[in-house]
Design a protein around this ligand. Sequence first.
Ligand code: HEM
Length: 446
Amino acid sequence: MQAEKIRPAAPVPHSRELSTLQVLRELGRNPVAAFGARSYREPYIHARTWVQDFMMISDPEGIKYVLLDNAANYEKSIQLQRLMRPALGNGLVTSEGPSWRFQRRVAAPMFQLRHVQAFAPVMAETAQAMVARWDGLGEGAVIDAADEMMRLTYEIISRTLFSNDVTMQYAKMAEALAVYLETQGRVDVLRTLGLPNWVPTPTNLRARGPLAFFRKELSALIARRRARLEREPGSVPQDFLTMLLTTRDPEGGALFGEAEVFDNVMTFFFAGHETTANALAWTFYLLSLFPEWDARVASDSGDRGVTRMVLEEAMRLYPPAPIISRDSIGPDTVGGIAIRADTSVMISPWVLHRHRTLWDEPDYFDPERFAPGRREKIHRFAYLPFGAGPRVCIGMGFAMQEAQIILAAILKRFRLELVPGHPVEPLARITLRPRYGLKMRLVRRA
Ligand code: HEM
């Protein structure tokens, strides 16, 4: 008898039609559980609600139109801005128009392939140090893989972009970030109705502590670097932070202002570690369910691309950024549907990557989808872990390299087994995290 196929943890799409209020409530609880069966079948869902017109697009051609062909008519949505602006200000993720273009021009050279490749030794060294620490824990030790990955990518971003000058303790940072995401990172109905962020709702009040903490720590980091640049410019590390402080716009020669430096330190700090950590955590979860793939990755010397295939399949099932949203500036027609100005346009990699019309057995794990020869057949706009178009993730090459180095370092030494009975549930709070962390047992490889 054939064994029953394992379906990795995901909410089963409900088939009932929800009222607008119910949808809002579900979105606040957990957006990935809010999507009904219809979302996974239809290429477009267009609805007029008393809050805002809404359009969800899961047609790759329609997505291409919004993110690329007519990107000028779509800006980062007010909803998402509200979740992110309190922390990220007007940095590269959240800015628009000329301000965004300026920041992207200044930051882009730092993420060119040759710069990213130069980070490989530091990434490997940091991962090795973690493996050595795990080694010291003894056979069968239980770790929280989600938390460990967060700690590791945090160290890597500190060491690569900020030359290890960040003094913020990991545990304090992680706690503050968790409070921020739990409060500010939720789509909450009050905010949907249009209350500005400064209104002291209980959520906004709870987010203040973490925000003050980040502000204090990262302002101090910038001040220290500025002082060093003045005192002993020759000895200053030529890293991302120095670049933010000294690079002139190739067009026009302007330097970043005080706020732009701060907002981008925050932006790169958070955009640059949390997402990759979640991609890795979900990968370990999947590898624990599928030992045959675990063995294949462990013996991948890098040339067969198995690690990349597994990572890509993990980000298909668990896209670390599960929702990309825009608001239309003017009226437009997408996929033959007329939309009004200020329509909220949602592209959900979570839904898109599990769409019934685009993938075979979409809820099941099969890295072969990304095997050479098959990968090229996937529509560029059907698989969007890093977004697409002018706002595509600037750190994509950085993240892919980092994740593969980390997987190789860990899997050579250990197998990670999910502790039996540990509940696993994907929870979207800006990023897609395992709601209860991931308790895993370290098993040394023979
Ligand atoms: C697996 C890891 C990562 C995933 C899944 C991811 C995902 C994404 C996505 C989907 C977007 C586009 C959002 C939109 O269009 O609304 C984005 C943008 C961005 N990401 Fe990443 N990211 C990852 C890693 C990183 C890293 C390592 C960095 C920096 C070191 C980074 C920095 C950024 C920045 C600054 C933007 C905004 C770019 C712009 O608007 O010009 N990300 N990311």
